[in-house]
Write a protein that binds this ligand. Structure first.
Ligand code: NDP
Ligand code: OXD
Length: 309
């Protein structure tokens, strides 16, 4: 048995080193080097080239090196019988929460506006808002959304959450399913998207949803670019229904320089870096699953293929 690392960025060597320093006995290969395909039982992947997973006849687990797995379902050649696992990690959740809180605080204090004014040496005050004045609504109350919500509650915000199934989380007013969405949106001043990208959630951040938010609402998308209908977001910003948006994720990454988001004064952009898998923190759960494969035990953090997350 052996692990193959498949990713198209420059991080293969770092992941290989981290796996081998956690357990020097295991065999780990980069998909770019010569390697015995029949020995591979686990593929540890991130945005793999489509088709690359079909090369391993004895593959027993497809492990996503991130929390999201939408990119795996986009590859029609991924064998259907092989379990998919994903990362559930305390740093992935707390880094995300810190990112979302930072964005909300910066917006309450108008930092984006002042940064723009600074480039013009413009001295002009803008009324700020207080924590007590706003309600934050989180779409998706999973590993990341639930912690972000709890941290916002601790900071004193009114917090609402929306998920597929009913939830009870201390301090958070929760809504579920299609029937709960409108009520959830009605009072949401800051909308945070932390949904997985699935056929049900693709394009969910569109004009008809934005129109249900109060005038002046602010949108934070830290989930996937596919959740947003880009032209609808631009329209609702330009007609002043939305006051602004902070985006970390895009339909195409890196976002082409010609895209309207780059120069939009109401859009604040970060390069898909809200929260990043920390190799040292996540390797134990990957090795635990590698051991589980060997012992034929149940895997942890398994993705529900029917739900798509
Ligand atoms: P989870 O699977 O733990 O949580 C997903 C949540 O979304 C659940 O509460 C689920 O509801 C809810 N949900 C799913 N489908 C629907 C639907 N149709 N309607 C309403 N609610 C729905 O995911 P994580 O919290 O771990 O991660 C969320 C996403 O964040 C990832 O999929 C990834 O795309 C993104 N991400 C982005 C990062 C970045 O740096 N920008 C970093 C890491 C992740 P229920 O609980 O009822 O199942
Ligand atoms: C993830 C991500 O899904 O980084 O982990 O986007």
């Amino acid at each position: 048995m052996a692990i193959v690392l498949i990713r198209q960025d420059s991080k293969i060597a770092a992941w290989k080193d981290a796996l081998l320093s956690a357990n020097p006995q295991i065999k780990v290969y980069s998909y770019l080097e010569e390697h015995p395909k029949e020995e591979i039982t686990m593929a540890l992947i991130w945005k793999h080239p489509k088709g690359s997973l079909a090369l391993y006849p004895n593959l027993k687990c497809i492990a996503s090196a991130g929390a999201g797995v939408d990119y795996i379902f986009e590859d029609p050649t991924v064998p259907e019988h092989i379990p998919i696992t994903r990362l559930v990690d305390p740093y992935l959740a707390s880094d995300m929460s810190e990112h979302v809180l930072a964005v909300i605080f910066a917006e309450l204090k108008n930092f984006n506006t002042y940064k723009i004014q600074q480039t013009k040496a413009l001295w002009k005050t803008k009324e700020y808002r207080r924590i007590a004045d706003v309600t934050v609504g989180i779409m998706g109350l999973g590993a990341l959304g639930a912690l972000t919500g709890k941290d916002l509650v601790k900071a004193g915000f009114s917090v609402q959450g929306w998920s597929r199934s009913e939830k009870a989380i201390d301090g958070i007013t929760t809504f579920a399913g299609d029937s709960g969405l409108q009520e959830f949106l009605k009072k949401t001043d800051f909308l945070v998207c932390l949904l997985p990208l699935t056929p049900d959630t693709s394009g969910i951040l569109n004009s008809s949803l934005f129109k249900e938010l109060p005038k002046g609402a602010y949108v934070i998308n830290v989930a996937r670019g596919g959740h947003v209908v880009d032209n609808d977001l631009l329209e609702q910003l330009d007609n002043n229904h939305l006051s602004g948006a902070c985006l970390d994720v895009y339909h195409q990454e890196p976002l082409p320089s010609s895209h309207a988001f780059w120069k939009h004064p109401k859009i604040f952009m970060t390069p898909h870096y809200a929260s990043v898998s920390d190799t040292n923190s996540v390797i134990p759960q990957i090795l635990e699953n590698y051991k589980n494969l060997d012992k034929r035990n149940a895997l942890i953090n398994v993705v529900n293929r029917e739900k798509g997350y």
